[in-house]
Design a protein around this ligand. Structure first.
Ligand code: ZN
Length: 165
């Protein structure tokens, strides 16, 4: 069974606090590379037509995340956050391959993938910070640009927070 969103948000917030001291110190958009560095993960980009359907991958043993260089910077940030989610949440998992089409993961797929997407969205879009921004400008596009995510990621997060339907 998938872990509750509030539990995933709690873990994501704890990681942000480890890095920033307090959520009040988090500048937007969340600097995903700073989080990658905190966990001493190595990142490699790939640019190969053979792997154009893959957004990224992660290998625990090699401590490495692989990112598709043809994806937009916003998509790359989400992919990094998704792989960091597996690193933080799924101690028994050894690797992950993220297909580009699979976002957000739907009901029939693995709970771990849904958890990784929910955690990734919470890491890039902490609830309190989203609420503050939403109070000022309640549009998907404003949230997307403020948090440096795609509009589909922003919609997904706003839906999970019950701010849009
Ligand atoms: Zn995954």
């Amino acid at each position: 069974m998938m872990r509750d969103i509030s539990e995933l948000e709690h873990v994501a917030n704890e990681k942000l606090k480890e890095i920033y001291g307090s959520l009040d110190n988090v500048e937007l958009p969340v600097n995903i590379n700073k989080i990658v560095d905190h966990f001493e993960l190595n990142t490699y980009v790939f640019d190969d037509p053979q792997w154009s359907h893959i957004s990224g991958a992660w290998d625990r043993e090699k401590n490495a995340i692989y990112i598709n260089n043809n994806d937009s910077p916003r998509r790359q940030a989400f992919t990094l956050a998704h792989e960091i989610a597996h690193y933080c949440l799924h101690q028994d998992q050894k690797y992950d391959v993220l297909q580009r089409k699979n976002f957000p993961y739907t009901e029939e797929t693995d709970d771990k993938e849904k958890e990784a997407d929910a955690f990734a969205a919470a890491l890039l879009m902490p609830r309190e910070l989203v609420k503050n921004q939403w109070d000022m400008v309640p549009t998907v596009s404003a949230i997307a640009s403020q948090f440096g995510v795609s509009s589909s990621t922003a919609s997904y997060r706003l839906k999970s927070m019950g701010l849009i339907t």
